[in-house]
Design a binder for this molecule. Sequence first.
Ligand code: GAP
Length: 511
Amino acid sequence: MAQEDIFKKLVAHCKEYGYVFQSSEIYDGLGAVYDYGQMGVELKNNIKKYWWDSMVKLHENVVGLDSAIFMHPTIWKASGHVDAFNDPLIDNKDSKKRYRADVLIEDQLAKYEEKMNKEVKKAAKRFGESFDEKQFRETNPRVLANQEKWNNLHTRFSDALNDNDLAELKKIIEDEGIVCPISGSRNWTDVRQFNLMFSTEMGSTAEGASKIFLRPETAQGIFVNYLNVQKTGRMKIPFGIAQIGKAFRNEIVARQFIFRMREFEQMEMQFFVRPGTELDWFEKWKTTRMKWHRALGFGDDNYRFHEHEKLAHYANAAVDVEYKFPFGFKEVEGIHSRTDFDLSQHEEYSGKKIRYYDPELGESYVPFVVETSIGVDRMFLQVVSASYCEDQLEKDTRVVLKLPPVLAPVKLAVMPLVKKDGLPEKAREIIDDLKFDFNCQYDEKDSIGKRYRRQDAIGTPFCVTVDHQTNEDNTVTIRYRDTMQQERVAIADLGKIIGEAVSYKGLFGRL
Ligand code: GAP
C-alpha cells in the first residue's frame, strides 16, 4: 500500500480510537490545532515521562523547570524573535494560496532525491544480489543528471538562505518551474518575511494594556531563570535545565496532521558549559539523543542526522534528528550549539549580570549553551506511525498498534469469558490488585475475539482472560499482542510478567 494511504489510515485510526481529535470539531475545526483524546493523553504523558526521566533522573547535573508561558515582552526583543523569527512566504496569484518559499524548494529537492531512489530501486530489482548500489549511483547517467540538479539547487538554496536573499528564493522557484499544487500555475508574488509569533494584550484597559507574546519556544524561560536555578541549586558548570511546555507559532503551511501545529508542546534542555567546550558537548548530546530515539526499537535505519543549510541567528552548530515518517525523512528534534548568544542578549537588555564564577579557572564568564529540543507532538506522530500495522492473518487483517509496551496507554485488559458464574467479580479483583501499578481496562462486551481486536487497535500489550478454570486454580490466560500467543499463568505472577515488560528501567538499560 502506498505510504500516503497508510498515513491517511493512521490519521483516521487516531481519531476512531480516541488518540487525536481535530480541535473545535463541532464548529468545523480550527486549522492546525488538535486535541488529544482518552488514549492520546496517556501516550503523550508516557512519552513525556520517558524524556523527563531520561534527562532529569538519569543525569545528576540536569534539573527541571516549569516557567510561565507569558513573559516580559523585552525577552523576545533580546532573543531576536521580534526581528528574526520569520518564514519566507510566497502567494500564488491564481489560487490565492500562501506557501513557505523554503518548503517549496525543499519539496523540489526531495523530488530529485525520489527520482534517484526510483532508479536505484529499479536497478536493484533487475540485478538482484549482484547489485552494487554505490557503483550504480556513481555511473548511471540518469542518476548523475539528477544528482547534478540536486547539487546545484542545494547550493543556490543554501546561499539564498544564508544571505537572506528573498529575491533569489523567488528566482529559484521560477527557474525550477515550481507550480502551485492547487492552480498548477507559476504566477507567484514576491517572497516576503512573516513573523510567526502570536501576540495578545495583558492588562485590563485598552490604554493600560501591553502587548505580550505567546512563547514560540520554551527555551527563553530557561535562559531567564538561569541565575535563579544556578544559585538556588548550587549548580556547577556543566549543568542542564530541562523543561516541558506549550509553544505557539502562527505556522502558515500547517500540514501533515500533528507534524506542524500552531499550538504544540516542546521538551527542551539547555546545557550550560564552559566557553570553548561547547562543540564537544554538542557531539556528546547528539550521541545521547540518538540513543534515546533508537532505544524504542523502531529500526536504526529509520533515523538520520541532517545538518542545517542555514544556521539560526544564535547557533554555531546545528543538527536535526530526522525520522522516516510515511511522508519521508523529517525533523523530530533539533540539537543546537547556541553559543552565549541568549544569555549575553539578556545581560544587555536586562542590565543584570548573568555570569558564572568558575572556581577551577578563577574567572567569571557567560556560559555557552548546547540545546536539545524535541516536539512532543512530533514524537507522538513518530511513535504512532512506527507502531501502526496491518497484519495479514489467515482469514482477515488485524489492525494493531505495536507500541513499545512502556508507552502503551493501557497496559492490560482483563476480560471475563462470560458475564456470569463469578467471572466478572474475579476479573474486577485482578484489576483492583494491579490498578495501582498499571493502567488497566475491564472489558466484558462482545466475543473474546472482538475484544482482542479492540485492544490490538489501541495497542494494549496484554489481555488477561478469566475463565471457569480460574475459579478452581487461580490461573488465567495471558495473550501477547504482537505474537497473539497465549499461555496459562498464575494470577499471582501477572504483576511480575507485566511489570518487567512495561518498565522504564528496561528501556533506560538500552541508553
Ligand atoms: N528552542 C529551539 C527550537 O525551538 P525548533 O527547531 O524551532 O527549535 C524544536 O523546534 C522542535 O520543536 C522541532 O524539532 C519540532 O519537533 C518541534 N516543533 C517546532 N515547530 C513545531 C510545530 N509547528 N508543530 C509541532 N512541533 C514543532
